[in-house]
Design a protein around this ligand. Structure first.
Ligand code: PEP
Ligand code: MN
Length: 348
């Protein structure tokens, strides 16, 4: 439930609404918006007496959120959420950040080298998994905590913010020490204890869509994070299972405007996992930005043929530079702009 205040409601009137919600035994989330402030009621089980609130001074309306995901919905917050990070990097406004790097951190030299190359080409964030959720227990599982240290070194040298995955609730503490954005992988989209744990983090969360998740299930997973108090969720479309082995996944372009219509959260696209083939990444990256994605995440490796994971979909650095050039033109055509790397290494 949402208490919508009149546009001229005073801070005292808003405070009174918050106090009454708390007296009723619920948590209140005031949300100043462009037009008016709304106060969300968290923990509402439908039995709340709306008359107690609608009679208060400054209240314009009481809205019942019809979607199963509440705080994630546009009904709850009509304005787009913009996530602001160190170094002036943001996700969800005009600027389009490009996150690039290898699937996995393999060594310090590998990640530092690729970080310099993707930064020079126009990336604003660096990706790379230190902990890898692999379909086979015999496949390369990532180099673990050492990988986080290598990422921190790459950030210190280049100023690129770091996006890296946490795989289980116990592992979050270490990852959040090093990461600027905590990635939740597709295979973990419905790991609810992990979602609750990152919901208690102060770092933004990049939530990938599950391999066979509906958009509603995906948004409900985001709701777990918001329900714990972390409002900083970036959705990431990375393809879903299809029947046709021609591509690794079916990159669901339609999910981008559908999720944007349903939710105020920013959404980025990962055409690397979405297609599974490096020559398909540029066309789908162009399409994703044209469809309204707020950013891109792509895999780039200095020597993809030697990559320890996802080599076939990892671009060569020169292809990545070409991608950025093309995305700048698409962004320009729709009134957006590819974010530029910050001039100084970002503070963490
Ligand atoms: C990854 O980003 O390397 C990854 C494992 O992605 P996903 O969870 O989308 O498969
Ligand atoms: Mn990968």
């Amino acid at each position: 439930m949402l208490v919508v205040m009149r546009h001229d409601a005073t801070p005292d009137q808003i405070d009174r609404v918050v106090a009454v919600i708390e007296e009723l035994g619920y948590a209140a989330r005031p949300m100043p918006g462009a037009q008016r402030t709304a106060v969300g009621i968290v923990g509402n089980d439908g039995r709340i007496d709306a008359a107690r609130l609608s009679a208060l001074d400054g209240v314009r309306d009481i809205l019942h959120v019809s979607q199963p995901y509440r705080q994630v919905s546009r009904e709850w917050r009509p304005d787009d959420t913009v996530i602001r990070m160190a170094g002036g990097v943001s996700v969800g406004d005009v600027d389009i950040p490009i996150i690039a790097g290898p699937c996995s951190v393999e060594s310090e030299d590998q990640i530092v080298d690729i970080a310099h190359q993707v930064r020079a080409a126009g990336a604003t964030m660096l990706r790379g998994g230190a902990f890898k959720p692999r379909s086979s227990p015999y496949a390369f599982q990532g180099i673990g905590p050492e990988g986080l240290k290598h990422l921190a070194r790459a950030r210190a040298e280049t100023g690129l913010l770091v996006v890296t995955e946490a795989m289980d609730p116990d592992g979050v503490e270490l990852v959040e020490e090093y990461a600027d954005v905590i990635q939740i992988g597709a295979r973990n989209m419905q790991n609810y204890s992990l979602l609750r744990r990152v919901g208690q983090s102060r770092k933004p969360v990049l939530l990938k869509r599950g391999l066979a998740a509906t958009i509603t299930e995906w948004l409900l997973s985001a709701e777990y994070v918001l329900a714990e108090g972390n409002q900083q969720v970036i959705l990431c479309e990375r393809g879903i299972r299809g029947f046709d082995p021609s591509t690794r996944n079916v990159f669901d372009l339609t999910a981008i405007p559908v999720a944007k219509r349903a939710s105020h959260l920013p959404i980025i696209a990962d055409p690397s996992h979405g297609t599974g083939a490096r020559d398909l990444v540029i066309p789908m990256a162009r399409a994703a930005i044209a469809a309204g994605a707020d950013g891109l995440m792509v895999e780039v490796h200095v020597a993809p043929e030697q990559a320890l994971s996802d080599g076939a979909q990892s671009m060569y650095p020169h292809q990545f530079a070409d991608l950025v050039r093309q995305i700048r033109r698409v962004a320009d055509a729709i009134g957006r702009r590819v974010a530029t790397p910050s001039s100084a290494p970002a503070a963490t």
